[in-house]
Design a protein around this ligand. Structure first.
Ligand SMILES: [Zn+2]
Ligand SMILES: [Zn+2]
Length: 344
């Protein structure tokens, strides 16, 4: 049985970076389950992949790593998943389990890790496979649409918040306010943080205020107070010195993205001295994912979602690129079956 999937073409033109094709779905390994995809979130990483900023690890790979679906096939070695069960698929697909990072609880740094929608086909498709040990059970309080952005935007934002070492009740700065930031902001505010948001979009600034930000400003504005911690969500390297300069002594800046434009030369006194720290955030562990899903349920996090039909994947990516998406874009499958393959 063939299925429809959006694939990365490798072409430079924004109109032809993705193509909708009909092809055989991936084979199922014994430790995997197959899901019928109900929804798949659209992440900035998909955009970096389609645009070639993140080189595809496989030709014509289907992107998408915020997948919610129902189990339709169970591999021979899987004994704790039932047909029809709702599961989530996230970015981290497999790790080796043997290297020193895996053994130390840092499987996000495993050199042999593979990723959904990069090494293996993701959820911009009618079906997807996932190793059962890397799938997530989603709390009942979330609809499929609400759950999708939690699976990458939520998880990576949560890890970024952890990496930023925000003290309890501390002052958190967020630079860039898209899908990941708006989930992270809700968690931070619910846990007592004082939130300051710097972002270029007026709509995003309004959303930040609605979610409890103490102040909002333009991307390069200085927040009204020195920050105990900051997270850079915008993939813009020139914001690194801006955010470092806004930190109080001892503060940490965590860079959340997998891709960042060039960072300018830093001045030691102005940007780093007084024990300010700068760290990247690299993927996540499964523990991060489990913690985020539990916490999001308990703290009543509500992702703001803009749905797109499955056929609108290319449009969703270009809207994301142009900053036109409110909250998180999510592809909705199901009612869209039966259309012929074509390039968009
Ligand atoms: Zn490993
Ligand atoms: Zn992602």
């Amino acid at each position: 049985m063939s299925h429809r999937a959006w694939v990365v073409t490798g072409e430079a033109s924004p109109q032809h970076r993705l193509a909708l094709v009909e092809r055989e779905p991936p084979a199922l390994a014994p430790d995997e389950v197959r899901l019928q995809v109900d929804v798949c979130g659209v992440c900035r990483t998909d955009l970096h992949l389609a645009a070639g900023e993140l080189p595809a690890k496989r030709p014509l790979v289907a992107p998408g790593h915020e997948v919610v679906g129902r189990v339709v096939e169970v591999g021979a070695e899987v004994d704790d998943v039932t047909l029809g069960e709702r599961l989530g698929v996230a970015w981290l697909r497999r790790t080796c389990g043997r290297c020193r990072w895996c053994r130390a609880g840092a499987e996000n740094l495993c050199p042999r890790s593979t990723y959904t929608g990069w090494d293996a086909d993701g959820g911009y498709a009618e079906t997807v496979t996932v190793p059962a040990g890397y799938a997530y059970r989603i709390p009942d309080g979330f609809t499929d649409l609400e759950a999708a952005p939690l699976l990458c935007a939520g998880i990576i934002g949560y890890r970024s918040l952890r990496m930023a070492n925000l003290p309890p009740g501390g002052r958190l700065g967020i630079y860039g306010f898209g899908a990941s930031a708006h989930v992270t902001a809700q968690i931070a505010v619910a846990q007592g943080a004082e939130l300051h948001v710097m972002t270029r979009g007026a709509g995003a600034r309004d959303l930040a205020l609605e979610l409890g930000a103490a102040s909002v400003g333009d991307a390069y504005d200085c927040p009204p107070v020195a920050l105990d911690a900051a997270i850079l969500f915008a993939p813009v390297g020139t914001l690194v010195p801006t955010a470092l300069a806004a930190l109080a002594a001892g503060g940490t800046l965590a860079v959340a993205g997998i891709h960042l434009s060039d960072v300018p030369v830093l001045d030691y006194q102005q940007h780093l001295f007084r024990e300010r720290s700068l760290t990247s955030v690299t993927a996540n562990t499964r523990a991060d994912g489990d913690q985020l899903l539990t916490l999001a349920g308990r703290l009543h996090v509500r992702p703001r979602v803009t749905p797109y039909p499955f056929e609108g994947a290319a449009q969703a990516l270009s809207d994301l690129e142009d900053g036109r998406v409110d909250g998180a874009a999510v592809l909705v499958l199901g009612a869209s079956a039966g259309q012929s393959a074509g390039q968009v």
